[in-house]
Design a protein around this ligand. Structure first.
Ligand SMILES: [Zn+2]
Length: 283
């Protein structure tokens, strides 16, 4: 039987999600672990939080790969009365390495945005912001649906593709609007709201849209045209990447068991007072 070490896993993750393609502010790659440690079981999750780390440790995972880095900004203590110190200590005591594949996993073919595009049936999806030296990779995706459909039925289809969350799928726009061209960015995407490919789309799907950027984009759309907006759970949109990532890792490391976390790490629990505030339908 082939045996693998953390060094092999690092080579595999670097091949799939090259660390030098991460954004300059990002912190990706190995967080805890020893290169010669054996790797028999790998778990993948969106977030490195108590729920996913407990799940990895109780399955005796040798490595946990998360999309979001546990350590993004500087910390000055790993004392265990703070949650990050406590999580790091649990991983080290449990002999479980931690690896982050964040913006380096957003951009490639098979990356976070690419997977979302495929799952909602976009044809010939291309990056909104291609990498200069590798134009099939890059930030976000834009492409066309095979058939035009209304914004309402498109949003309903999207809600079925995504795992259920308390916040569901929020839509800004006329439910009867015809949708053909779709732009999207997995994770927080207000940075692309004024990108020409987003402005030229019929709908833009992303997460964490705040009041002012969303309102300003919609106001500008009313003047000169622009997309309807769909705001989805950040965790839900990125969770779609995990299954394909697990398959790619399995192919790279035969004999290693790779499993996707079953924990839902969307932070919200429930919603009250929500309702349809539709000022456009039927006018
Ligand atoms: Zn994210």
């Amino acid at each position: 039987m082939v045996s693998h070490t953390l060094a092999d896993l690092r080579r595999a993750t670097h091949e799939l999600w090259p660390e030098d393609t991460a954004e300059s502010w990002d912190q990706v790659g190995l967080v805890t672990g020893r290169e010669d440690a054996p790797i028999r079981r790998i778990m993948l999750a969106v977030d490195a939080v108590a729920a996913t780390i407990d799940e990895a440790l109780s399955w005796n995972a040798d490595a946990l790969i998360t999309h979001h880095p546990l350590l993004l900004r500087g910390i000055h203590s790993v004392a265990e009365d703070k949650f990050k110190g406590s999580l790091i200590a649990s991983l080290i005591r449990g002999n479980c390495a931690l690896i982050a594949a964040h913006t380096n996993a957003d951009q490639p073919v098979g990356g976070v945005s690419d997977v979302i595009a495929h799952r909602i049936g976009i044809e010939r999806a291309r990056p909104i912001v291609p990498l200069p030296d590798n134009p099939s990779s890059g930030l976000g995706r834009v492409g066309d649906l095979p058939q035009t459909r209304t914004l309402r039925s498109f949003a309903e289809m999207l809600a079925e593709v995504l795992p259920t969350t308390a916040g569901g799928v929020r839509v800004a726009g006329d439910g009867a609007r015809e949708i053909k061209r779709v732009a999207l960015l997995g994770g927080a995407g207000d940075s692309l709201l004024s990108h020409p490919d987003v402005v030229a789309a019929d709908v833009y799907i992303t997460s964490d849209l705040r009041h002012h950027p969303a309102q300003e984009a919609l106001e500008q759309s009313a003047v000169s045209g622009g997309p309807a907006l769909i705001d989805v759970s950040h965790w839900a949109s990125e969770s779609l990447w995990l299954d394909g990532a697990a398959d790619m890792l399995s192919a790279q490391l035969p004999g290693v068991e790779v499993r996707v976390s079953t924990r839902r790490t969307d932070p919200w629990s429930f919603v009250v007072g929500a309702g349809v505030i539709d000022t456009s339908d039927g006018q």
